[in-house]
Design a protein around this ligand. Structure first.
Ligand code: SF4
Length: 344
């Protein structure tokens, strides 16, 4: 069992629910754009948000951003300890910084001291690219974890234990092995992710396999799905991973058939429209919605759902909680289905 760490008003570790994170892709110094994106991400289900702090202008924006948002804010800092101190003064809820890349011990101590005073946790993040290859010529799970633990020990030597650890890799098997090892050698909460996972579709699959495998073994306290896409997609993907593993219930379960030679409606178009509608308008209580292509397997699945539709020849039969409701024309399928969802 990992330790519990408080990130603003969100606690992670100790078997608490796994928290979903993302990272803004706005300029942090553009306060208006950053706040807008954070609030959109929160609406999608983001529970902890990170921003890049590459310069003093960004660090000074932290305080103003904090005033306009509800979820905990994490400052991502490399090299300059003064940016960490300024972010801490601005009320940031967590720092992502590696002691090893901010120079002299006194600089690290200055960061550790202000974090202690303000109860700000520090995430140490190691990935394949940050391992010192002179010290660890072979990149494997041991070198990743040893690199992370070296950073941890620097903070521990200053009496600082409010730590979260990430050991990421773009290789799924390597990140799985590294997190498994990390979970055996330390009890700090683990932030899971496949780094540089790529474009949306491939990135989601890599993340689902990597993060999902670990969560299924009880490893991991917070997750970020890294995608080369709008960060809101990261949140939807993270929610889907947690929902598939039944670690939390999403507002809806969406079922749709793969289509085949029996399909006589534009099922792919309909399924996309219904799914996007549900994402943008999450039901207040959990429902299952089924969009099926024909009368062979369709009615059975549609009847199992709270709301379902089974396509016919240019028509669709709507089912609600197991009962046939009515048949509608193809052009009306989406709007009629939405009407029934809203009535629930
Ligand atoms: Fe084919 Fe019907 Fe099954 Fe869809 S539900 S894959 S259309 S048999």
């Amino acid at each position: 069992m990992t330790k519990i760490v408080e990130i603003g008003n969100v606690k992670i570790g100790g078997g608490l629910p796994v928290a979903i994170q993302s990272m803004c892709n706005t300029k942090t110094s553009d306060i208006e754009a950053t706040v807008k994106q954070i609030n959109e991400l929160e609406k999608a289900g983001c529970e902890i948000i990170r921003v890049a702090v590459p310069d003093m202008e960004a660090a000074k924006a932290i305080g103003d951003i904090k005033k306009e948002i509800n979820i905990p804010l994490v400052a991502d800092i490399h090299f300059d300890y003064k940016l960490a101190i300024e972010s801490a003064k601005g009320g940031v809820d967590k720092l992502r910084i590696n002691p090893g890349n901010i120079g002299a011990r006194e600089n690290v101590e200055a960061v550790a001291n202000i974090c202690k005073e303000k109860n700000i946790p520090i995430r140490i993040g190691v990935n394949g690219g940050s391992v010192d290859r002179k010290k660890f010529p072979i990149l494997n799970e041991e070198s990743l974890v040893l690199s992370g633990m070296e950073q941890v020990k620097v903070l521990e030597s200053m009496g600082f234990y409010n730590i979260v650890l990430s050991i990421k890799s773009s290789s799924v098997p390597l990140m799985i092995k590294a997190y498994e090892l990390a979970s055996r050698v330390c009890d700090y909460p683990l932030h899971l992710g496949v780094t540089e996972a790529g474009l949306r579709d491939v990135g989601m699959i890599k993340s689902a396999v990597g993060i999902g495998t670990l969560l299924n073994k009880g490893i991991g306290d917070t997750i970020r799905v890294s995608l080369t896409d709008d960060p809101v997609e990261e949140i939807y993907a993270a929610r889907e991973i947690l929902s598939c593993l039944e670690l939390r219930k999403d507002p809806f379960t969406f079922v749709s058939c793969p289509t085949c030679g029996r399909t006589q409606i534009d099922l792919v178009g309909l399924a996309n429209k219904v799914y996007n509608y549900l994402r943008k308008n999450p039901p207040k209580k959990h429902i299952t919605v089924a969009v099926m292509g024909c009368v062979v397997n369709g009615p059975g699945e549609a009847k199992e759902a709270d709301i379902g539709i089974a396509g016919g020849k240019g028509t669709g039969a709507i089912f609600k909680q197991g009962e046939f409701v009515r048949t509608v024309k193809e052009s009306e399928m989406f709007s009629e289905l939405v009407k029934e969802i809203e009535k629930l």
